[in-house]
Every structure is written in C-alpha cells, then in structure tokens.
Ligand binder design. Structure first.
Ligand code: GUN
Ligand code: FE
Length: 454
C-alpha cells in the first residue's frame, strides 16, 4: 500500500538541461504530506497500474482534463513589490531620473501600512495568477512594511524571499526616503531577519529574509560591510543590483576603482545564496568571480530594454557556469508575467546576435553566439531560478517541491491556436510559452497546496 498525500495524472513539461525540454506524457506525480514530489512514474512502469488501481476514484487523485498541462511554477528572481503601484509609468526616463522623480517618492509611501497592505495583497495575488510560485522581493526601507509583505506571502502560500531594502547614504538618497544611518539600518535588518525566520516556522512553503543593499550607490561602506557580516551570521540570501546601466556601473568604478562584482565581494556580499539583478556589464573576470562564489544573476530582459543601455550576453555567461534566472523587475519592467519576460529574453538575445544598426553591413552587426531559444528562456524562468536560490523548486522531479501551474490551452477567452488533435507536444509547449495568459492558468500549487484557482 502506497501512502501519498496526492497523486496527479497528466502531461508535464520540465527542463532536462538548459537547452532541452523533457516531455512527461501521462505521468503520475506522487506528492507526500510535506508537499514534495516523492515519485514520478511513467506509464510503462509496473507501479503505474498499481497506483492507478489504488487511487482512482479517491478525492486525492487528480486526473488533468484534455488540453491541460502541468508546468513548474515560475521563479521571479527580481521584483520590487512597492513599485507595483507605478507599474507601466515613466518608462522613458533614464535610471537615475526615474529613481529620483518617481520611484523613491512612491517607495517612501510604504511607511503607511494600510497602503502597503493594499498594494502587496494585490501584487502577491497577481503573481500567483500569473504562475509565479516563488518570488525574490525587494520591499522598501521600512522594516514593518517589509515584514508585512513576508506575512502576506506566508498567508497566501507563496514562497516569498523578502528583503528590507537598505539605503543609508545621505548623499545619494533623499532625506524623505532612506535609513537614518548605517547603524540603524543594520540593527533593523537583523531584527527583520529574525522576525521572518520566526514567521517561516508557521508556513509550509517557507518564507525567507534576504539581505538587501539596494545597490552600491545607495549604501555607505559601513552599511555594505555590516550587511555582508549579517548575511554570513544568519546564512541568508543576498540580493542587490549589479552593473546595471552605464550610469550605475560608472559610479561604482569611480568610487571603488573596480567593477561592482569585486566591490560586492570585498564586502562579503557574493555568496552561494546571492542573486544580483541585471549584471549587464560584467567583464570576464567578474563572471568568473560569480561562478567561483556561486553568485547568480537575475536576468530582467524587459527592464533592461528600458533602463540598461545594453543587452546582457546570457549565452556567454551561461558558458562560464553562472546560475541565471529570470526577473520581472517590476516596475522597470512593466509586466508581472514571466511568460512575457521569457519571450523578451529570446527577442533581446536575437537582437544582440543580429545587431540592430542596419546601416552597417551584416558581418559588422551583432555578437555571434548570443541567441537563446524558448527552451533556455523556460529554463531561466524555472530550474535556473531554483538553482540560483539553492532551493528545490523549478523542476518536476523527485525531491522537488510540488510548485506547479496547471495550464488550460482551451480556456474560454484565450484558446491557444491548436487545431490538430495530434499536435506534437513540443509544439504545444512552445505555444504555451508564447500565448498563455492568466485566464489559462487554472490552478497554481505551492508545496503541495492549491494557492490559486480560476
Ligand atoms: N537600481 C537601484 N534601484 C533600482 C530599482 O528600483 N530598479 C532598477 N531597475 N534599478 C535600480
Ligand atoms: Fe530592480
């Protein structure tokens, strides 16, 4: 007698490698009481018939209807939760101006917990409806509102990794929106870490505190140093922005006479559980340092198109062994959907490869070897995100969490263009990556629990 908490029967897609998709046609997925995948059983296995015989007709046996498929839940590796309130505005400004004119004034409002609650509730619900089961969030400098975001993730069942933002330098941050000083920022960060670790104990899926210097320009040396020490002391994740734009990259070079990567390393901020957003301007030695330290990259293709003044060479970085995942970077990227960002990752990589200046002859445009495929973009949104966070998510394999989205290709309102009953499953997969909208996402599960249905 087998004793699984739930069994799902359906066709699923998961990454086999960075470039290949594994198609699991009519497989059984056996989930234990902790919400982990305990067994993945193929139709040709003897156990398959036994399990179906045992579980069929029980209310913990789910057979997916025709036209519905299982995908791993997406991992959003970089998102600013407060900026949901300005998503879709002011995308035409340069980064520095955008931060000072729009973003800091907005984020300063999150001392108001009622406002924070409204925005954060809506955002977490929206992300789940878009298939995002894990998110690595920047909150704001406010400790209480940052904790509220962690509580909302805990309550809605999302795997939230949340950072109280640190920005203490009075030269670089406005007086109305910054930490009082480095010491206060560090004390509050440590309190935040302990509070979230305590909260995590009451959740099944886990919520995690993240050490979060906004980026080097917003922090004093003392704050950066202290944050590196706190990350080591409490073994937390770390996140920041790294080598994002011409302006930011140039600022760090001027202050430290080195690139962001080495400056962050000096402060102890490059660790196995570090995720750095953007990283468009990494040089080879920076990439090697990322690989050595286990630091991952949160690739934000839509945001980069607006604010980065360049395109990240994903293929080159992958070839050096760095973990890379995908981020929406709300609100520098104006969509909560990692489907949209996966598509953009492909488009941006092709523009980098082919070049954009048609006044040049073809051989003088572009950077050879830059293209990525939709399979690689899917990998970034799923397994790559899980690896970046050192969490067992993003794959449909034994000992991974049951974090999935159930996609209905026949949903009313957005029926996918599938007209042949015998359509190749790989083509169905590609169509899903290009066409799925929230109406198609019937159910979302995190750690074996249903957290969204429509
Ligand atoms: N650099 C520092 N803060 C931010 C932010 O909020 N968004 C982006 N894209 N870059 C940043
Ligand atoms: Fe960002």
């Amino acid at each position: 007698m087998n004793d699984y908490s739930r069994i799902f029967l359906g066709t699923a897609f998961t990454s086999q490698s960075k470039t290949e998709i594994q198609i699991l046609k009519d497989y059984l997925f056996c989930i234990d009481e902790n919400g982990m995948i305990q067994n993945v059983v193929a139709p040709e296995e003897k156990l398959y018939t036994t399990l179906i015989y045992e579980y069929k007709g029980k209310d913990n046996f789910y057979r997916l209807p025709e036209g519905q498929y299982i995908l791993p839940g997406f991992v959003d590796l970089h998102i600013h939760a407060p900026q949901w309130a300005q998503s879709g505005t002011a995308l035409d400004l340069p980064l520095y101006e955008w931060l000072h004119t729009y973003t800091f004034p907005l984020e300063s409002k999150f001392h108001d917990l009622a406002f924070a609650r409204e925005v954060y509730n809506d955002l977490v619900t929206t992300l789940l409806a878009n298939g995002t089961t894990t998110a690595l969030y920047f909150a704001t400098v406010h400790k209480e509102a940052s904790f509220l975001l962690a509580e909302i993730c805990a309550q809605k069942g999302q795997r939230g990794l949340v950072g109280k933002v640190v920005a203490d330098d009075p030269e670089q941050n406005p007086d109305y929106y910054r930490d009082l000083d480095a010491k206060t920022a560090l004390v509050e960060t440590e309190e935040f870490i302990l509070d979230v670790k305590k909260l995590a104990k009451s959740t099944k899926q886990g919520v995690y505190p993240v050490v979060t210097p906004r980026f080097i320009p917003s922090c004093s040396d003392e704050a950066l140093q202290g944050l590196g020490e706190l990350a080591a002391k409490h073994n937390t994740h770390v996140q920041s922005h790294c080598s994002e734009s011409d302006w930011e990259h140039g600022y760090v070079k001027e202050r430290f006479h080195k690139n962001d990567a080495f400056a962050l390393q000096d402060f102890g901020l490059l660790r196995e559980k570090s995720v750095m957003a953007h990283c468009n301007y990494l040089e080879d030695k920076d990439v090697d340092l990322f690989a050595q330290t286990g630091t991952a990259i949160g690739h934000c293709p839509l945001s980069n198109a607006y604010f980065a003044n360049g395109v990240i060479p994903i293929s080159r970085f992958h070839s050096k062994g760095v973990d890379i995942g995908l981020g929406t970077d709300i609100s520098a990227g104006a969509t909560p959907s990692l489907y949209d960002n996966a598509k953009q990752a492909v488009v941006s990589s092709r523009m980098l490869e082919d070049g954009v200046d048609t006044s040049l002859p073809p051989e003088k445009r572009g950077v050879a070897g830059s293209r990525i495929t939709i399979n690689e973009a899917f990998y970034l949104a799923t397994a790559g995100g899980g690896e970046s966070l050192s969490l067992p998510v993003g794959r449909l394999e034994k000992n991974y969490a049951w974090d999935v989205q159930i996609v209905d290709t026949q949903a009313k309102g957005n029926r996918l263009p599938i007209f042949d009953e015998k359509e190749e499953l790989y083509d169905v997969f590609q169509k899903m990556m290009y066409h799925v909208k929230p109406v198609n996402i019937r159910e979302v599960w995190v750690q074996g629990e249903k957290v969204h249905s429509n």
